[in-house]
Design a protein. Structure first.
Length: 564
């Protein structure tokens, strides 16, 4: 098990840095973080880790956390994504108050700083194409080659940069590059691009700009403008830190924010790439960004996950400096732990088999008392209707059962939860297919739950619903969207789309009491797992639609138990 899973001492390394800064009164004792998403897609569970970390640190140190959109690439950005990101952050339980910012708020100032870099001889306009820049950048073993335009005069660079802004040149024809060191061992420092021409309408600034700053230029400047003290990024930006510092030092920002990198979340059976998730949506491999199979925050929300469970998950995995992979079973364990004391436990029969209790009065019904959650008595009780005709699960009956099958079989007895002990007396089959379509049973009136005077003992207890009071339901059973397989030749783990990631059952029956709840409510279906009423089409006319959040089997709890 990885150190990240175990929550080792290294998971506190960011707090150690902050504690040392506070001890030395760096930044005047302030702690100010930010969450800076690019609005080019919906957030996923990996972003939840960053949200919880940045907002959580600000809260713990009585500091501030900004929400800032890195909207520097308008060709891939949409207002829809901006709105969804705000909704996700709020849903997770965090508030940026009046600190909602956009990198586009600073476009004019960034341009002015670009002019300052040109005047200081630290930036130049380059006419090389993107491909030519890549070809002359060099490798890890060989230095790059200087651009033939690197030594243009300050006056010429200022003129060209202004003309880039005014829209005189076509896309891709020129860029503004930093003048650093083409022999640097860090490829990111080999005269990186700061601005590119892109005649694309921006969702906030419209057609005002046709040049846009690169992330490595816009990010440190945005942090500095906002007074950020600790700029917390994922590990892939570690090699970009020297450029982050160079931009701020070159423009004389002192003191300036400190970039700190941590390991991003890698989760088994999950793809953590907005680009790849976007492809799934565009190729209609899933039903939108909020498909319950998606690892997006809105997908998890629709599936039935709670913000408390996701925050708990992020707390448990901690913060590490080295990459590792977290078992998705831990995420599933967290939602079980959150729901076990607050989700009503009710009965739903997914594949119904009719049972007629032949010695129960035909027109009679009976009100039974059922616990809403045996582990939380404060949740009280509900009423269930018992009648002559009920339904049980098909899998709870076998005509020729193995020795340790403790459910219903010919001549065998079981208890109906909160009701009576019944015995199977007769099996009715379809004359053409031979399938079992009905069971004829008898009940013992002295075995009523709560007042059993029979002294009978049975090993099996079944859930059930009454024919008279049940409600039709559609139930979606989800498996992992991705499967992990080992490549036989290389031994590497390959992630593939799971063709059987959802199974929909359209003949389920549930207790009538489900109709009293709102869409989005979570429940435990006895013996089946945790489900939620789908928040979009959960109440469809007279039919209820449920998503299974997670099964009852807790593999993470078993792993932890075996380790102890």
């Amino acid at each position: 098990m990885s150190s990240e899973n175990q929550g080792s001492v290294s998971s506190n390394f960011i707090k150690n840095i902050i504690n040392e800064d506070l001890k030395n009164n760096k930044n005047d004792g302030r702690v100010h973080t930010r969450f800076p998403p690019e609005p080019n897609g919906y957030l996923h569970i990996g972003h939840a880790k960053s949200i919880c970390l940045n907002f959580g640190l600000a809260k713990e140190y009585d500091g501030l956390c900004n929400l800032r959109f890195d909207d520097t690439n308008p060709s891939k950005e949409e207002v829809e994504y901006v709105e969804s990101i705000q909704e996700d952050v709020r849903w997770l339980g965090f508030d940026w108050e009046d600190r909602l910012f956009y990198a586009s708020d600073y476009f004019e100032k960034m341009y002015e700083y670009g002019v300052d870099l040109v005047k200081a001889g630290k930036a130049f306009v380059c006419d090389l194409s993107g491909e030519e820049i890549r070809e002359t950048r060099g490798t890890l073993k060989e230095p790059g080659k200087e651009s033939p335009y690197r030594n243009r005069s300050v006056e010429e660079n200022l003129d060209l940069f202004q003309r880039m802004r005014s829209g005189e040149f076509p896309d891709g024809s020129r860029v503004l590059r930093a003048k650093i060191d083409m022999a640097s061992p860090n490829i990111n420092m080999r005269d990186p691009v700061l601005y590119r021409i892109a005649k694309v309408k921006h969702h906030r600034t419209g057609d005002k700009w046709c040049i846009y700053p690169m992330y490595d230029y816009a990010h440190p400047l945005s942090d500095a403008y906002e007074g950020i003290t600790h700029s917390i990024c994922t590990l892939e930006f570690e090699d970009h830190r020297p450029l982050y510092d160079w931009v701020l030092d070159a423009l004389d920002f002192q003191p300036h924010p400190q970039q700190i990198e941590f390991a991003r979340l890698n989760l088994t059976n999950t793809v953590m790439s907005k680009r790849k998730l976007r492809e799934l949506v565009e190729n209609e491999a899933v039903d939108g960004w909020n498909d319950p199979r998606m690892p997006t925050i809105c997908g998890l929300r629709r599936k039935g996950y709670t913000p408390e469970s996701i925050r708990d998950f992020c707390d448990r995995i901690g913060v590490a400096k080295s990459n590792s992979v977290v078992d998705i079973a831990l995420l599933e364990h967290c939602i079980r732990e959150d729901l076990k004391l607050k989700a009503p436990r009710m009965m739903g029969v997914l594949q119904p088999l009719k049972v007629v209790i032949t010695n129960y009065p035909e027109d009679e019904t009976e009100i039974l008392k059922a616990e809403n959650n045996p582990e939380n008595p404060e949740m009280g009780h509900r009423e269930m209707i018992f009648s002559r005709e009920i339904y049980i699960e098909k899998e709870d009956f076998m005509e020729d059962p193995p020795k340790k099958f403790f459910r219903l079989a010919p001549g065998k007895e079981v208890r109906l939860k909160y009701a009576y002990i019944i015995r199977c007396d007769e099996v009715i089959k379809d004359s053409e297919t031979g399938d079992v379509v009905e069971l004829r049973c008898s009940y013992d009136p002295d075995t009523k739950s709560g007042s059993d005077s029979s002294g009978k003992k049975v090993k099996g207890t079944l859930h059930w619903v009454s024919k008279k009071e049940s409600v039709p339901a559609r139930v979606r059973l989800y498996d992992h969207l991705f499967l992990e397989k080992e490549n036989e030749e290389t031994g590497e783990i390959v992630v593939e789309l799971n063709p059987h990631s959802m199974k929909e059952l359209d003949c389920a029956l549930v207790e009538f009491g489900f109709k009293t709840y709102d869409a989005g409510q979570q429940f435990q279906f006895m013996r089946h797992g945790y489900f939620s009423l789908d928040p979009i089409d959960g109440i469809d006319n007279d039919e209820l639609v449920f998503n299974r959040i997670v099964s009852l089997r807790d593999t993470w709890a078993k792993i932890q138990k075996s380790q102890k």
